[in-house]
Ligand binder design. Sequence first.
Ligand SMILES: NC(=O)c1ccc[n+]([C@@H]2O[C@H](COP(=O)([O-])OP(=O)(O)OC[C@H]3O[C@@H](n4cnc5c(N)ncnc54)[C@H](OP(=O)(O)O)[C@@H]3O)[C@@H](O)[C@H]2O)c1
Length: 300
Amino acid sequence: MPTNQERVAMITGGNGGIGFATVKKLAAKGYHVFLASRNQEASRKAIEHIHAEQPDATVESIPLDLASFESIRACVSAFQAKRYPLHLLINNAGQMFDSKEGRFTADGFEITFGVNHLGHFLLTNLLLEDLKRSAPARVITVSSSLHDPALKQGPPTDFDYDNLKAEKYFDAQVFYKNSKLANIWFAYELNRLLEGTGVTSNAVCPGFVPAAIGARRKSPFSKFFFTQILAQMPFARSLDEASDSYLVAATKPKFGSEGGYFIVDGEEKRSSDESYDEEKAHILWEKSLAWCGLDGMRSV
Ligand SMILES: NC(=O)c1ccc[n+]([C@@H]2O[C@H](COP(=O)([O-])OP(=O)(O)OC[C@H]3O[C@@H](n4cnc5c(N)ncnc54)[C@H](OP(=O)(O)O)[C@@H]3O)[C@@H](O)[C@H]2O)c1
């Protein structure tokens, strides 16, 4: 069991990239960190790495595949069986636009939307009582500024309920952006629903982090281009800078008492106009409850 002073955090997708950089910082701050991941061997190595640098770190892994409702429920049951408090949940894992054809979760949803939004929606809802009991507590959901069509970077979002399973067409970039818009709708709606509970909900964008993207590239040229060329550009953020943004959301006193913000480079920024549409956020919430089999959980 954690000591009375110890804060407990769970982060999804913390084996590599920005998530791993964040786990190291949380551990250094004395958090007991649950690294929730679908690859336990990679988690074991990640934890070994942290212990080599920080022998007293309390980091443990817990299996979680966000592309499976069954796995998400099993992860929450395993966590709850330990009877730990939960002060911080970081919904970081992300399925990127790395395939030309639509792929699907175990429950039949297009995988980008299924993992980035629905998986985190179910995980967070199942952990809400733990968070409320542990208040003050925070939920941080990682989105991306790319959700904003005003950026004019590639095709804009096209949030169409009749195409969430790629029934009409699949475009990896559009689906990624849609999922990141859903992340913000979710973060803002959750914050409204949590009013008065002592739990806040904010969205974060880590910025463009070529080091994280490049690490996953298979082609040596692409890896080099991202990690050595793009990473040097002034618009790029390092893993350290990106994880600092998460830490601001996780520790700045203001975000412990106020939520509903979009935090970029550690500061509040305006998200897309559409992301502030409360009716759309509400509709997504209701539909997500039904898709995840959580009907009747409107009042959190
Ligand atoms: N890098 C950027 O430029 C950038 C920009 C804006 C926003 N973001 C967002 O930042 C977050 C972190 O991205 P990153 O750049 O650090 O990428 P990353 O290194 O690829 O990390 C993504 C993580 O998500 C995990 N993941 C993917 N599918 C999963 C599933 N089904 N179940 C459980 N975990 C799953 C991966 O797990 P495995 O280790 O098992 O593969 C990995 O640990 C993402 O939400 C991303 O959308 C990134």
